[in-house]
Design a protein around this ligand. Structure first.
Ligand code: 3EB
Length: 343
């Protein structure tokens, strides 16, 4: 197995199943994100663990997103980042409370968190962020005349400029969701020794080109990252919502938003297959996380995903605010492809 064929996978487990991973000495675990609105009692571990105060919907009190790869691993901290790596992939997380001061606290926290991520990757010698997850307390609240998501975008851009000299084109896949008041900014990421390919959508304007009506500073992310390791191509689909071009479509209509989001995801999968030069990915085979602004919309979204997508794996549903106040649903996905098929 060459280094670039080191496998990577993700599973959505219960806390009890996570205890099983612990019992096996975390032998194949790269990193974990735990989604729960309550206190999940978890023992300290060398495995980086991102605790996200976002509530699973349905009957699961906590969802553990477990990233797996092949050991041996090296774990540690670099500045504020807890990381674990096997030489091919790094999982890292940073959790930062914002200084309550003059309304700039959230910008400072964001810029600091990103600076810590970039410095950690410099220290470890991993240049390429594949995917980054952002959970922002009170994402839609306006402070000092500016929505916190827009403050986040400003600070994230500054950090990308300072450390990468670039805020468009080759940027990671991402998502940005809200979390409850009083919590911390939580950022976790996957980085790789090999560069991925940033994929943009044929139906959506690249977010880094959004016009100023969505904020003076555009979001810094790609619609997806394609990893082309021959044995195991992977696709990381960013948080995807009911946006066509740069506009929100179907405000107030969660069913229509869900349909539009699925059309966007299918278009992105087709684009990734086109760029990969084969039918590596199928929308039905991806693993999905769906974020709903209103828990009461769950039934509608579940039924529509069953009807229009029939996903092979169960979808994880989470209750979170989405970055535009008129968006009711956002869906992200990971795909692990098979070897290329001829057209
Ligand atoms: C959008 O397409 C919806 O700011 O990192 C999706 C994915 C969204 C990532 C981010 C925001 C982000 O603009 C919101």
């Amino acid at each position: 197995m060459t280094r670039s064929d080191t496998p990577l996978g993700v599973d959505y487990l219960t806390p009890e199943q996570l205890d099983g991973c612990r019992a096996r000495g975390w032998a194949d675990v790269l990193g974990v994100a735990v989604f729960s609105s309550g206190e999940v009692p978890l023992q300290a571990t060398e495995v980086p663990l991102a605790r996200v105060a976002v509530r699973p919907l349905g009957d699961r009190p906590a969802v553990c997103e477990v990233w797996r790869s092949a050991g041996p691993f090296d774990s540690g901290t670099a500045g504020l980042v807890h990381y674990r790596t096997n030489g091919q992939f790094v999982f890292g997380r940073v959790t930062l409370a914002e200084a309550d001061s003059d309304g700039n606290g959230f910008r400072f926290a964001t810029e600091r968190a990103y600076a810590e991520v970039f410095r950690c990757l410099e220290t470890l010698g991993f240049p390429h962020i594949i995917r980054i997850w952002n959970y922002l307390p009170e994402i839609n609240r306006e402070v000092g005349g500016l929505e916190r998501y827009r403050q986040f975008n400003e600070a994230r851009q500054r950090a990308f400029k300072a450390f990468r000299g670039q805020v468009n084109g080759n940027v990671p896949a991402a998502c940005a969701l809200g979390s409850p008041p009083g919590g911390s900014l939580v950022v976790y990421f996957l980085a790789g020794a090999d560069a991925g390919i940033a994929i943009e959508s044929p139906r959506q304007m690249s977010a880094y080109n959004y016009p100023p009506q969505y904020g003076e500073f555009s979001p810094t992310f790609a619609r997806a990252t394609l990893m082309r390791a021959p044995a195991q191509p992977m696709l990381f689909v960013s948080g995807t919502a009911s946006i066509v071009g740069h506009r929100t479509v179907h405000p107030g209509d969660v069913l229509a938003q869900t349909r539009e989001t699925l059309i966007n995801i299918r278009a992105l999968v087709a684009e990734a297959n086109r760029i990969a030069g084969g039918q590596l990915f199928a929308a039905e085979q991806l693993k999905y996380k769906a974020y709903l602004r209103h828990p009461g919309d769950m039934r509608i979204v579940v039924d529509e995903l069953r009807r229009a997508l029939q996903p092979a794996e169960p979808v994880v549903y989470l209750n979170a605010d989405v970055c535009r106040a008129d968006l009711l649903v956002e869906i992200e996905a990971v795909g692990i492809g098979g070897p290329p098929q001829a057209h």
